[in-house]
Design a protein around this ligand. Structure first.
Ligand code: MOS
Length: 719
């Protein structure tokens, strides 16, 4: 079959099965992206640009006794080699309140906390020369005994900071139930690995003024961090990031390499570009931490839950406590009279983790939703039926009513689309062409948030509407959603609307993270447009109030604008607000080799009203694929003898590719949440991934009768 025929056929399949694919606005920045005109951080043409390359520590714990920079400095084109011994002091580092722990301060002292920690930055007139010179930097260390293995160190786990154990009813009541399970689950370290490498171009425009092009999920938060580090007024720090090539949490904070680029630009008196290598991406910008969990659930024979106990221990670095909501999902998901959770972290000689899509909830859902599946087999109750018997009608933690919850509708849609009636409750009973076939499902949830944002809306004389706010778009299609909202409120076509973002000089918006941007910024766009419309109405006289150009002409104005701030209100305390998802998988497992093929994947979300169907669908599919990677292939492996990663590259660290991914379909209940915000949308980024890994593991069990509790589910675990 010719390629064109194959592509045609695949496209037709998707279109017929998935009506969402055709609805709504196409990506407003799609053409810029596919033609290469969308500029990413490393791509800015800056005059007199020079290049930085980092040198990482080759030991895992210890002290740097000396660094030999002479050979590097003698290499052609080298302008400077910065180390902890010669780098100028970063002013904000010196005045920080001394706390025992905190973010890694680059070149601050001679201590090594993890393998690959940056110990030098070479700056040269070309990237190749910087790279060559970096290979000539050598250090003498005094190394000490390191710890990188969570399992070996689990006895040192501590409850972090103010982290309290959660208790509803009586602790550990699961144990009294007639039907019960208790199992341990682990997930390995996973790395975000967006396609775009983290990159920073830093250019000092004056002694106290700087422009920074950098990969970030929040231009305003990066502006604050750099201003703090270099003791500058925030408005003197211009941060620009209109396009971000994926991030998934890895660009939620300002990392040491960004501070290093700013520092180096000051030292050499020229703009510096610093692009992380793919290997650096494994040690410099966070990851989903290795986590051990134990889930214990008890039920009555009728399937009613008696108690849930969920314990988890994740890893963090020795210099910073990273915590996430691993056990939260068990406090929130099911109506059980007794629920308790315990969460701890272990400090290891690794870099600090950072939220990775779905963050802790995705980790927690793997354990909870696997355990629920295990118990459903013991009870001999269909897994959907079992979940419906324990469906929470109010928040199990505090009994608050939900602002909206249509998870049961999502179950129905997903069950129908995957063909759930073809599932056999007996594991290992069905074969298809010599492969074992199985079905699995698992649910997810994540808080639906709305914080504050400010949007400028300006109607130009030619009828063009310009919207401006500082938010970034890491990929989901924020601009497209915002243009859709404005188009509807103003009653003008999308082509007439321009959405400016990713620039710290624009009105403030939050960091893109935590699935809150459509709700937060979308509401601000909505409110700004409503206000602008009102303003036109008050000036309209006897002209039609929506004939904006005519009104401007009559008033002799070249534009009319409003700047509107918008945020959530009292409803946030009165209601429990969540987005919900359910993922269904059909898998085929080869009985001899243990190879797992996803045959079909269906994800259904209750994410409120869907603002931008095409990009929402893409986002759900992307999240499902990320979850499939979590389930089947992704694992960053440390050789604990050396404390060093052994697979810090795309050849050995396996993210799913097209050939691994079957037809994935995304569906939405698409009912407005009328309480969270005026646009009815909840969030979607995290729930797209939360629950996926458990759905795969549950389908593998249904196919084979083998329960894999340690991700990823590689063939060796099935033979
Ligand atoms: Mo998301 S893990 O908040 O980028």
């Amino acid at each position: 079959m010719k390629v064109k025929e194959i592509i045609g056929q695949i496209t037709d399949d998707i279109m017929t099965n998935d009506p969402m694919a055709k609805e709504g606005l196409s990506r407003v920045d799609g053409r810029l992206k596919v033609t290469g005109r969308a500029k990413y951080s490393a791509e800015y043409k800056v005059k007199d640009l020079v290049y930085g390359v980092l040198v990482g520590s080759t030991i895992t714990k210890g002290t740097i006794k000396s660094i030999d920079t002479k050979k590097a400095e003698a290499a052609p084109g080298v302008l400077s080699v910065l180390t902890c011994f010669n780098a100028p002091k970063i002013p904000g580092y010196q005045t920080d309140t001394p706390t025992p722990k905190g973010p890694l301060k680059i070149f601050y002292n001679d201590q090594v906390y993890f393998n690959g920690q940056p110990i030098a930055l070479v700056v040269a007139d070309t990237f190749e020369r910087a790279l060559f010179a970096a290979s000539r930097v050598s250090a003498v260390y005094e190394s000490g005994p390191h710890q990188t293995n969570l399992k070996d160190n689990i006895s040192t786990a501590v409850a972090p900071g103010r982290g309290k154990d959660f208790v509803k009813g009586v602790e550990d009541t699961w144990n009294m139930a007639p039907v019960k399970i208790q199992q341990e689950y682990t997930i390995p370290t996973e790395v975000h690995n967006p396609m775009e490498l983290h990159a920073t171009i830093a250019r000092w425009d004056a002694d106290d003024k700087i422009t920074v092009y950098t990969k970030t999920q929040g231009v305003k938060s990066t502006q604050r961090s750099i201003a703090q580090a270099f003791k500058l007024p925030p408005e003197n720090v211009q941060v620009t990031a209109p396009f971000v090539g994926g991030a998934f949490g890895a660009a939620l904070r300002t990392w040491p390499h960004e501070i290093a680029a700013v520092l180096a630009a000051k030292v050499v008196g020229k703009p510096v570009k610093l692009v992380l290598s793919r290997a650096d991406m494994f040690t410099s910008v966070g990851y989903r931490p290795y986590t051990w969990q134990k889930v214990s659930i008890g039920a009555n024979p009728d399937g009613k839950l008696v108690g849930i106990t969920h314990e988890a221990t994740g890893q963090s670095s020795v210099y910073e406590d990273f915590t996430e909501g691993v056990v939260n999902i068990s406090q929130l998901m099911y109506a059980s009279p007794n629920i308790n959770t315990r969460y701890k972290i272990v400090s290891l000689n690794v870099n600090t983790p950072t939220p990775m899509r779905g963050p802790g909830e995705a980790t927690g859902a793997f354990a909870l939703e696997s355990a629920m599946d295990e118990l459903s087999y013991q009870l001999n109750i269909d897994p959907i039926d079992f979940r419906m018997r324990n469906y929470a009608e109010t928040d199990p933690g505090n009994d608050k009513p939900y602002s909206s919850k249509f998870l049961s509708e999502a179950y129905k849609i997903g069950a129908e689309k995957i063909g759930w009636t073809n599932r056999n409750q007996k594991p290992g009973a069905v074969t298809e062409n010599g492969w074992l076939a199985g079905y699995g499902m698992a649910a997810g949830m994540f808080g639906a948030h709305r914080s504050s944002a400010t949007v400028l809306a300006r109607m130009m004389a030619d009828g063009t509407l310009v919207l401006q706010t500082a938010v970034t778009d890491i990929g989901p299609g924020t601009g497209t959603a915002m243009v859709s909202i404005a188009s509807e409120v103003m009653g003008i076509p999308a082509e007439k609307i321009k959405f400016d973002m990713g620039d710290s000089s624009l009105p403030p918006s939050p960091t893109q993270g935590g699935s809150q941007i459509t709700s937060t910024v979308g509401s601000a766009v909505h409110d700004a447009c409503v206000e602008l419309k009102e303003k036109f109405k008050s000036m309209a006289g006897n002209i039609d109030a929506t004939n904006y150009t005519q009104i401007l002409k009559q008033q002799n104005l070249d534009k009319l604008e409003v700047t509107t701030s918008s945020k959530g209100g009292a409803e946030q305390g009165k209601y429990a607000m969540y987005s919900w998802s359910v993922h269904f998988m059909k898998v085929l497992v080869h009985p001899t080799t243990g190879v797992v093929k996803i045959n079909k994947a269906i994800s259904v979300a209750d994410a409120g009203l869907i603002i931008s169907p095409k990009t929402a669908r893409s986002q759900m599919i992307g999240g499902t694929i990320m979850g499939i990677g979590m389930a089947l292939t992704e694992e960053a492996i440390i050789d604990h003898r050396y404390g060093r990663l052994v697979n810090n590259n795309f050849a050995d660290y396996h993210v799913p590719v097209q050939a691994d991914i079957p037809q994935v379909e995304a569906y939405f209940v698409n009912k407005a949440d009328t309480i969270l915000n005026p646009i009815g949308a909840k969030g979607m980024g995290e729930i797209a991934t939360i629950g996926v890994a458990a759905a795969v593991a549950n389908a593998v069990y249904n196919a084979t009768g083998k329960r894999v509790r340690e991700l990823p589910i590689t063939p060796d675990k099935l033979v």
